[in-house]
Design a protein around this ligand. Structure first.
Ligand code: M6R
Length: 609
């Protein structure tokens, strides 16, 4: 999983490439590289570590003159992060150069064939195979060579390619890895996603699977794998350019935490009209909605946690059985699906490899409807799902998701309510109350955000914690899962989430004097049950931080530190209770001096299996 940028035009390429790569660093940041062509020689510069190193090494791109180039920011898959493995990769006489995002699954076989033909490899990457294979097939026509390579390689790829004999052309190819083309006033640009091109253009073309784009400074031509030229319409991107910047906050994560009221409002508002839930993009008639007998929610990481909460909400409101699966499990477990099954794939990026594979697995079963709940417009999951419901969170840059998670949650509430309305499992009055409570959520999130200073003081005390437990029942268990993931992924503190009633079946042995236990207690019906579990851990020395509804002052008698959230419908408490957990994780990571936006070993978009 990596970021790719390419430029051809009248401006110096290197500064444009560096600028685009900066926006794509969330896709990988263990090394970076540029290849720039000045018409004489293709010059390559690489560095290990963050893009800033390459920036300094190239003097902001000045050391690489030329108006044609490709750039790459890497997240290692084949071979450790070092200079040899960093992209771009050359063929033997340095006349062809490639950047790649994805995985070439048959690269070992291809490598053997190429070695037998006298090719030598300088890296451990799968990508270098492409450079040599292009060399092998290149007989003067780049397009022909590219198409031949596409027929030989298996796996996922997005390539940016330059040929020394063609100083006025840039080639872009993709299959199962994202790549877009933008047309700007002074040339044309390719990138792994739109955030890298927004500074130059809002008009982009989406390259589809197994298509090639040939760019010159004035023109863009698209071809399919049979070399037939394709007509494409550009799409206008309406995202705010500033939305992709930090806007005064120290970290993207903190900015994104604060953007949640707006993101949630933007996701809810267009779907409530005249007091009714309207989800046009669902593309299903009332009869089809009523015919759904089973729902699978499939996702990874935080999006999976949204699914866990969604199960409680959909089953509770609409009385449809819901199974929640990790995409990496679902794709291989031969799920039983029929025409009355709805499969919901949740993904912020819309590019997560396991989620995409799960989507394809679902689509193999005839009659199954697949709905994508996706944030990135035009992403692979959005394109391949039968229907797509966008979450309007805007670009999310921090690796740890916050606003995308919150918008995914409300998207599921809306769906649950729509199903409940059609199936008559919720009466008109209750529906009106639910809609009112839903619309209040953005302001209530704002209220929770206002108490952040108090949380910072508390978080500073726990920066040295070795292990933290999150417990809760029902929806509170789903919240615990997310609170725990947030903490561990950015602060590197070991933490686990447990269904509160399950703790005593083993895990309670880990509780010792001073262990921090976060007890989530927003479900009124289960409040007393979880409180008993709090007593159990307290009596074994735990320090308890409780998150509960406003009014539960009795909680202070048992818990050591209590965070209150405004009252809402029990189905919606995740949207409020997750906020202090995000803030807590953020401040703990900050106090520990961790790289909040780019935690170690992680990448924003996991486009490999
Ligand atoms: O882009 P997706 O929503 O498909 O990504 C899924 C997970 O990789 C993602 O939610 C991950 O768990 C987050 N980093 C958690 O903060």
């Amino acid at each position: 999983m990596c970021g790719i940028v390419g430029y051809i035009g009248t401006e110096q390429a290197a500064p444009i490439l560096l600028d685009g790569l900066e926006k794509l660093e969330y896709r990988g940041y263990d090394s970076a590289g540029l290849a720039v062509y000045d018409g004489q020689e293709i010059q390559v510069m690489k560095s290990v570590g963050r893009l800033q190193v390459l920036h300094e090494l190239s003097h902001g791109g000045e050391k690489l003159p030329g108006t044609l180039g490709i750039g790459h920011t890497r997240w290692a898959t084949h071979g450790s992060p070092n200079n040899e493995n960093a992209h771009p990769h050359f063929n033997k006489d340095k006349s062809i150069v490639v950047v790649h995002n994805g995985i070439i699954e048959n690269y070992m076989k291809l490598r053997k064939l190429l070695l037998a033909r006298g090719y030598e490899f300088v890296s451990e990457t799968d990508t270098e195979v492409i450079a040599h294979l292009l060399d092998y097939y290149y007989k003067g026509d780049p397009l022909e060579a590219v198409l031949k390579v596409m027929q030989r390689v298996e796996g996922s790829y997005a390539f940016g390619i330059l040929f020394r004999e063609h100083p006025d052309e840039l080639y872009a190819v993709r299959k199962d890895s994202p790549l877009i083309v933008g047309k700007c006033g002074h040339g044309n640009i390719i990138a792994s996603d739109v955030s890298a091109v927004l500074k130059y253009t809002r008009d982009v073309y989406f390259i589809q699977n197994e298509e090639v784009a040939k760019l010159t400074k004035d023109e863009i031509h698209f071809y399919n794998i049979d070399c037939e030229e394709l007509e494409k319409e550009s799409t206008r991107i309406e995202w705010d350019v500033n939305a992709a910047e930090k806007g005064g906050y120290a970290h993207f994560m903190f900015k994104e935490i604060h953007e949640q009221p707006k993101a949630v409002r933007d996701t809810i508002s267009p779907r409530i009209r005249d007091g009714k839930i309207v989800i046009e993009e669902l593309g299903m008639s009332e009869e089809e909605l009523a015919a759904v007998r089973k729902i699978y929610i499939v996702a990874c990481g935080s999006a999976y946690h949204v699914g866990v909460a969604g199960k409680y909400v959909i089953e509770g409101m609409a009385r449809i059985p819901v199974e929640v699966d990790l995409a990496s499990e679902f794709r291989y477990r031969r799920p039983i699906l029929d025409e009355n099954t709805l499969v919901i794939i949740i993904s912020q990026s819309g590019e997560t490899a396991d989620s995409l594979a799960a989507l394809r697995e679902a689509k193999r079963h005839s009659g199954v409807t697949v709905l994508g709940i996706v944030n990135v417009v035009g992403s692979s999951i959005a394109r391949e799902a039968d229907h797509v419901m966008y979450t309007w969170a805007g670009p999310e840059i921090a690796v740890a998701t916050t606003k995308a998670y919150s918008t995914q949650l409300v998207a599921l509430y809306l769906l649950a309510m729509r199903f409940a309305g059609v199936r008559g499992t919720i009466g008109e009055e209750e529906m009106a109350d639910l809609i009112r409570d839903l619309q209040k959520l953005p302001d209530q999130i704002e209220m929770v955000l206002a108490n952040k200073e108090r949380l910072q003081r508390f978080a500073n005390r726990y920066a040295a914690a070795k292990s933290v437990f999150f417990i809760g029942r029902g929806i509170d268990y789903a919240i615990s899962l997310e609170g725990s993931l947030k903490l561990k992924e950015i602060s590197y503190i070991h933490s686990e989430a447990y269904a509160a009633g399950e703790l005593k079946h083993g895990t309670i042995s880990l509780i010792e004097e001073g262990t921090l236990v976060a007890a989530i207690m927003t479900q009124e019906e289960l409040y007393k049950k979880t409180l008993s579990n709090v007593v159990e851990v307290k009596s074994r020395g735990a320090f308890v931080m409780a998150v509960t509804n406003l009014g539960h002052t009795d909680c202070e008698k048992t818990a050591d530190y209590v965070i209150y959230i405004p009252k809402t419908n029990p189905y919606f408490t995740d949207s409020l209770a997750v906020i202090p957990l995000q803030i807590f994780a953020y401040y703990v990571a900050l106090a520990k001096g961790c790289d909040v936006d780019k935690p170690r070993n992680l990448a924003k978009s996991v486009t490999v299996e």
